[in-house]
Design a binder for this molecule. Structure first.
Ligand code: CUA
Length: 315
């Protein structure tokens, strides 16, 4: 499909998108026509029956049965069409096909984690096969987020302490943006991701490779540098020494550091590991305890790799 986007909507890239768009345009154009009729009639009456001198122009009519039936029946029919059409599309969007591939999606301040059936996971990078229904089981670790892929016309609230469901079937390979559409704090506008739609073969390839902790032939340091980006550390921690939401990684390893509780801590391997798995245990002075835990997200070897990378950032 190479349908173009319009002024209002990006190109439709899922099986449901066309239906959503059709309903949108029906409501849009019906509103436009009604708006034009009402506005033109208003202008006409203003001009036609404006006050001219003292002469009474209107006849004092207070009732017209035909007219009242017309303006009751026509809008009722319109509302009925929109209701039935909307409800049918709504059902389609909410009843997940039986053969759907299930992926667990977790929102937290301020990134998305995706867990695949074979144990692989990815951050801010949802990889799916083309032409296959994908069911997303959504939940949040902290506040309310909202998962939105405009090209698919898919949007679902993501709540702590309960699951929500949505599904889609991508019709074309390519990359599509994911937005968080529920204001969730300071990093809300940076809570971005991509859906990468691949052929079935590429998807299976990717899955297999991603289940591996550290790719073969890659040093821990290199793997750590990749994880730093792919696991979204980069959102808050710089590597050039400039502090952001969180301390920079550069030049910190091996230093003594004052903590929020006033104590001094040596920034060694154990501190880094603890801060990845249990970030609120000891927070550096001057920073908010906003880091999410990576417990269950990173495997041991990946934590080793990140620590190796941080250690390599000392001048
Ligand atoms: Cu998450 Cu806004």
């Amino acid at each position: 499909m190479d349908e173009k986007g319009t002024l209002y909507l990006p190109p439709p890239s899922s099986t449901i998108a066309g239906e959503v768009d059709a309903l949108f345009y029906f409501i849009f154009y019906a509103s436009l026509v009604l708006f034009a009729i009402v506005t033109m009639a208003t202008v006409y009456f203003i001009v036609r029956y404006r006050r001219r001198g003292e002469k009474q122009l209107t006849s004092g009519v207070a009732h017209n049965t035909k007219l009242e039936i017309l303006w009751t029946v026509v809008p009722t029919i319109l509302v009925f069409i929109v209701f039935v059409w909307g409800f049918r599309t709504y059902l389609k969007m909410h009843v997940v096909p039986k053969d759907a591939l299930e992926i667990k999606a977790t929102g937290q301040k301020w990134f998305w984690t995706f867990d695949y059936p074979n144990g692989a996971n990815s951050i801010n990078d949802l990889v799916v096969p083309v032409g296959k229904p994908v069911k997303l089981l959504l939940s949040s670790q902290d506040v309310i987020h909202s998962f939105f892929v405009p090209d698919f016309r898919v949007k679902m609230d993501v709540l702590p302490n309960r699951y929500t469901l949505t599904w889609f079937e991508a019709t074309e390979t390519g990359e599509y943006e994911i937005f968080c559409t529920e204001y969730c704090g300071k990093g809300h506008s940076e809570m971005l991701g991509n859906v990468r739609v691949m052929s079935e073969v590429d998807y299976n390839d990717w899955l297999e490779k991603s289940a591996v902790d550290i790719p073969e032939g890659m040093s821990l340091e290199e793997a750590g540098a990749k994880l730093y980006v792919s696991k979204a550390c980069v959102t808050c921690h710089s590597v050039d020494g400039v502090p952001g939401v969180a301390p920079s990684f550069k030049g910190r390893y091996g230093e003594q550091q004052r903590m929020a509780d006033g104590g001094m801590v040596l920034l060694d391997e154990n501190y880094l590991r603890e801060s990845i798995l249990n970030p609120q245990a000891r927070v550096v002075e001057g920073y908010q305890p906003v880091m999410p835990t990576y417990q269950g997200v990173l495997k041991d070897r990946q934590i080793d790799a990140l620590i190796a990378y941080i250690k390599s950032l000392q001048e």
